[in-house]
Design a protein around this ligand. Structure first.
Ligand SMILES: C[S@@+](CC[C@H](N)C(=O)[O-])C[C@H]1O[C@@H](n2cnc3c(N)ncnc32)[C@H](O)[C@@H]1O
Length: 376
């Protein structure tokens, strides 16, 4: 494991470590945790499944250590990070595409910028907005690996600390509400940073590739709802086009904690969504579900996962230590996997900070729990 992923200060010194950090996402696994779990619970050459893959650390740890990795994610931001990390395009092509987008940005009309809500003009300079609009209109991030790689790197820098990103001062992991942001910027006399977006992005692209492209095993990230995509995956497994899985390693959304859709509204706008936050994403995209819907999501997903695992497979689920989520998760896992020992809780002080406390969520939490199920 240490050959490909160094922990601590040296983590950016290898190609695997550099690509692992794409990109900021709320409630993500610490990368060292993902590598440690894959190393401990999946045999060499085995296969890892994550039906709530987020930014893809679980499957990335698999494919960068010679295993097969397969993930499913409903949120386009998480999916794009996962997909780009599994399929980084050649550096020269990404740099070339960055230039093309910059050329196209000259054709973006002022009226296009003025149609955007006021927030955007406080967040970005007109030059940056032109570049972003050109990228938004032209990058085919779902179908081209070059465009996916460039768009994933743009998303990383779309918002964050003013001196390190394309935006006025913002959190990196989570986009704030527009009115709140405008008021805060005014109070603090903050204006958007002056950037030449093509140069800024070219520097970030070169940095990402500076240690090379990681040597990756096959893997795939599916965009969509696991309650449905797992049926397609089962067909693939039964036709021997995809291997049966040795490890189910995931972290489901926590009940009533966050809305991945709302928190990522600005990055979702880059991917073609509305230019404002929306509490009404599609099914499963909100954080305000009924308890019945939450149980039903876990039951459907875990029972469908059971159909594509090897009999000797292990299961690692990181979840919220709060009563409802923990109780339901344990009950659902015990029912979906009757051939495994019931889940054992593991406190993991080695893997602090917790994933929800990364990227600025300082509220007090009872923490996370890792549930590990081994074959009987
Ligand atoms: C706790 S996060 C997982 C984070 C991930 N472990 C990481 O390191 O980035 C849960 C993820 O499940 C996704 N999700 C929720 N419902 C889903 C569904 N029905 N199908 C696929 N993904 C879903 C959310 O969008 C969110 O990205």
């Amino acid at each position: 494991m240490t050959q490909v992923f160094q922990v601590g200060k040296n983590r950016l010194s290898t190609p695997v470590g550099r690509w692992a950090s794409v990109g900021p996402y709320y409630a993500m696994f610490p990368i060292s945790f993902a590598f440690a779990m894959v190393d401990e619970h999946c045999p060499p050459g085995g296969a890892v499944l994550d039906p709530f893959v987020g930014r893809g650390s679980s499957i990335y740890a698999a494919v960068s250590t010679g295993r097969y990795g397969c993930g499913i994610e409903i949120n386009e931001v998480g999916w794009l990070y996962s997909h780009a990390k599994l399929n980084p395009a050649p550096e020269v092509e990404v740099l070339q595409r960055n230039q093309e987008i910059s050329h196209k940005s000259r054709g973006i009309r002022k009226s296009h910028i003025n149609e955007l809500p006021e927030f955007f003009r406080h967040c970005y300079t007109p030059t940056v907005l032109r570049y972003l609009l050109a990228a938004r209109d032209n990058l085919n991030w779902k179908s081209s690996s070059v465009d996916a790689t460039l768009m994933a790197i743009i998303l990383v820098y779309l918002h964050g600390a003013k001196e390190k990103s394309l935006s006025n001062q913002m959190r990196q992991g989570k986009a704030m509400a527009p009115d709140y942001s405008i008021t805060w910027w005014r109070e603090h006399h903050l204006t958007p940073p002056n950037r030449q977006p093509m140069h800024f992005m070219a520097q970030r692209i070169r940095w990402r590739y500076a240690k090379g492209i990681p040597n990756l095993h096959d893997g795939s990230a599916y965009l969509g709802d696991s309650t449905q995509k797992l049926d397609d995956l089962r067909t693939e497994v039964e036709a021997n086009r995809v291997p049966r899985f040795d490890l189910l390693f995931t972290s489901p959304p926590y009940y009533n904690i966050t809305s991945y859709h709302y928190d990522q509204w600005l990055r979702l706008w880059m991917l073609g969504h509305e230019p404002r936050p929306s509490k009404t994403g599609g099914e499963w995209q909100n954080g305000f579900w009924s308890q019945t819907d939450y149980r039903s999501l876990l039951e459907t997903v875990f029972s469908k996962c059971a159909l594509v695992l090897k009999p000797e497979a292990r299961i690692v689920v990181r979840t919220d230590a709060r009563e409802f989520t923990l109780r339901v998760t344990k009950e659902v896992l015990a029912k979906a996997f009757p051939d495994k020992h019931p889940p054992v809780d593991e406190a993991r002080p080695l893997f602090k900070p917790s994933q929800t406390s990364l990227y600025g969520d300082k509220s007090k939490k009872p923490g996370e729990i890792d549930l590990i199920l081994l074959p009987r």
